[in-house]
Design a protein around this ligand. Structure first.
Ligand SMILES: [Zn+2]
Length: 149
């Protein structure tokens, strides 16, 4: 699967409902500048994020801006009221294509993570969905529920 942040117009062309696109590259440049000045530590991906990167990350063709290794992956997080308990999940592009038909509105956040030096940053976000207002799915018990018996 190809990276969606790098020049891959196909992905965005397929995401018919995409809107409210936000590019965080200015913020990323500022973070990198501060990092190289030694005023911030942006190579601080927590174990959960690193684990997600290992299992769900989509490899990119860009080198890490910090360590220059080709070890960067992207994660696509989905958030929205209409997603109910499933808000905050990581999705792949096939799942997003399905979801944009099933939900009125949700936002996708693409985070890049370096698996070598733990650099991590939000790249872009955008809204998907068919615009039809829907109630969140009815709450379903999952194994993640602490009171599961
Ligand atoms: Zn790195």
């Amino acid at each position: 699967m190809a990276s969606v942040v790098t020049k891959d117009p196909l992905f965005f062309a397929l995401m018919k409902s995409q809107r409210s696109f936000i590019d965080y590259s200015l913020d990323k440049r500022a973070t990198l500048a501060a990092l190289f000045r030694g005023t911030v530590n942006a190579c601080d991906a927590d174990p959960y994020l690193l684990r997600a990167a290992k299992f769900h990350g989509v490899k990119t063709t860009r080198p890490c801006p910090v360590c220059k290794h080709l070890s960067m992956v992207e994660l696509m997080y989905t958030f929205g009221d209409q997603l109910g308990q499933y808000s905050g999940r990581i999705k792949n592009s096939d799942e997003l294509r399905q979801m944009e038909k099933e939900y009125g509105e949700f936002r996708v956040y693409i985070v890049e993570v370096c698996r070598d030096c733990s650099w991590n940053h939000l790249c872009v976000s955008f809204v998907l969905g068919d615009g039809v207002e829907r109630k969140p799915p009815r709450y379903t018990r999952t194994l993640e529920d602490s009171d599961w018996a």
